[in-house]
Design a protein. Structure first.
Length: 285
């Protein structure tokens, strides 16, 4: 039962996937995103967090490509299913995987580009792992996005946060600097924009304050976040209700794209230093 006091506090332990569920609901609720969905364009670049956002906004999960697994940095075993990135305009959803440059060239300063990140720091810096030259079309197009002034949202849970300043890392990392890698050797592409975590999402979904209490755990809570949500009772109950709807959710993505690449694979030629294609070990599932 809830206490009858006006100010209420609840403690919630979020798995990584549950944090992504909150991020998805929170980013949809932002006025900037809502306006772009109503009268502009929104591009959502593929990833597990952004797939959850795509599901929340238009009911369509995205095809997953790169991922970090027990076997290291891998990619999907198949890229023939679903859209990796989409454009939403006028209520219509379009797969833009084959027309990426054209779609990006038509964005304006009123539009929104939503991307995930593989790493963030406490100063708001972020980076994306790239296993192919230039990070593929999305990586190569970032200069155009920034020069145009498109509103960039970087959706990433606090499980991605590392100590220190990421800017000291970029000069030391590169996919061609790795001699041997469990999975594809990757580089780190710096990105900047409005960082949006599960903490920001909870604050955006109700008139509450939210702060992290603990990180990590066991039995599925590895990487998870325990938070305190504080506010007027009715507002805190809103968050509790949302949490009940999110609780237990799994990884978002087109199901066929969840399978990891196995050697030999069509994409092996794009990846450098991979121990598996050198015949050293078999990939983990």
């Amino acid at each position: 039962m809830y206490r009858s006091t006006q100010v209420m506090r609840i403690q919630i332990s979020l798995t990584v996937s549950e944090s992504k569920g909150f991020i998805a609901k929170g980013i949809k609720n932002l006025p900037l995103v809502a306006e772009a969905l109503n009268a502009g364009k929104v591009i959502i670049k593929g990833g597990t967090t952004t797939s959850a956002i795509s599901e929340e906004i238009c009911g369509q999960p995205l095809r997953l490509s790169g991922r970090v697994t027990l076997g290291g940095a891998l990619t999907a075993n198949s890229r023939n299913v679903g859209a990796h990135s989409i454009l939403i305009e006028g209520g219509k959803v379009q797969n833009i995987d084959d027309i990426w440059d054209e779609a990006v060239s038509k964005l304006s300063a009123e539009d929104v580009y939503i991307t995930g990140a593989n790493v963030i720091d406490a100063f708001g810096h972020a980076g994306i792992l790239c296993g192919v030259e230039g990070g593929g079309p999305p990586g190569k197009s970032l200069s155009s996005i920034y020069v145009t002034g498109v509103n960039v949202m970087v959706a990433a849970g606090t499980e991605k946060m590392v100590p220190g300043d990421l800017r000291t890392h970029f000069s030391k990392i590169g996919r061609n600097r790795v001699d041997l890698s469990y999975g594809a050797a990757v580089g780190l592409l710096p990105i900047w924009g409005t960082l949006f975590t599960e903490i920001d999402a909870i604050r955006a979904l109700a008139a509450v304050d939210c702060f992290p209490l603990a990180k990590g755990g066991i039995f599925g809570m590895e990487g998870g976040t325990t938070v305190i949500v504080e506010g007027e009772t009715g507002e805190v109950k809103k968050i509790d209700s949302i949490y009940q709807g999110i609780r237990g959710c799994g990884v978002s993505g087109v199901p066929e794209s969840l399978a990891n690449c196995q050697f030999p694979n069509l994409f092996c030629k794009l990846h450098t230093a991979c121990i598996y294609k050198l015949g050293k070990k078999a990939c983990f599932e």
